[in-house]
Design a protein. Structure first.
Length: 222
């Protein structure tokens, strides 16, 4: 990848428009741009299918967390990159991480130009400032949003905080006119939300249409 930030931005946007996303192998250190044969998509209204599990729906309605966007992008990225510990991962999440310093730099470049965003969950702390207990990070181009990664900190009272951020993100994208929400590769964690898989060809057609539109991202209202 080019070292110049402007050239790097162009290369990254070109890769995402081609249906690729970066991933580092924690065992070998090799960095690849991955193009899955089948793509996981989270349905956005008016397309039906997005599902909020019952227990998570109760957590969302309880308003346990304060949700913001783009307030702590770097902190969310670092938390997503941190290796999972027994207290911060579910059975479907590996202790290893595919986000290394190079990918963190990619996200920083994209964020600086308005093409990467974070959704944050905060919990009040009587002893000090609010605690960042969960978040989602993704990439946006036009009306396309790629949900790259999320984290929760149950050890800080943030059980399901990342999932709450995802639900809030989906509703915000729908209200903002986004047409494509990419979840990359289906897994047990994302399937609970009604993720569907489409072929690479179908994904590229939808991706071209979405990225050709004007930018649809706006901050999530407090």
């Amino acid at each position: 990848m080019p070292a110049d930030r402007s050239e790097l931005l162009g290369a990254l946007l070109e890769a995402y428009r081609a249906g690729a996303f970066p991933m580092a192998d924690p065992a070998t250190g090799q960095l690849d741009f991955v193009i899955p044969h089948r793509r996981a998509i989270i349905p956005l209204a008016p397309e039906p299918g997005f599902h909020v599990p019952r227990r998570l729906g109760r957590t969302v309605r309880q308003g346990r967390f304060t949700i913001t966007s783009d307030r702590a992008f770097s902190d969310v990225a670092l938390a997503c990159a941190a290796p999972r510990t027994p207290s911060t991962r579910s059975r479907s999440v590996s202790a290893e991480t595919w986000i290394d310093a190079r990918i963190l730099h990619f996200y920083d470049v994209l964020f600086a130009r308005g093409h990467a965003h974070s959704v944050e969950a905060w919990r009040d702390d009587p002893a000090g400032p609010p605690l960042l207990v969960g978040g989602v990070l993704g990439v946006s181009i036009g009306s396309f949003f790629g949900a790259e990664t999320m984290f929760s900190r149950p050890d800080l009272g943030g059980t399901d905080a990342g999932k709450v951020c995802l639900v809030r993100l989906v509703r915000h994208l729908e209200a903002s006119g986004f047409t494509l929400l990419d979840a990359q590769i289906a897994n047990p964690h994302t399937l609970q939300f009604g993720v569907t898989e489409i072929t690479h060809g179908t994904y590229l057609r939808r991706l071209r249409q979405a990225t050709a539109r004007p930018s649809a991202w706006t901050p999530i209202p407090d």
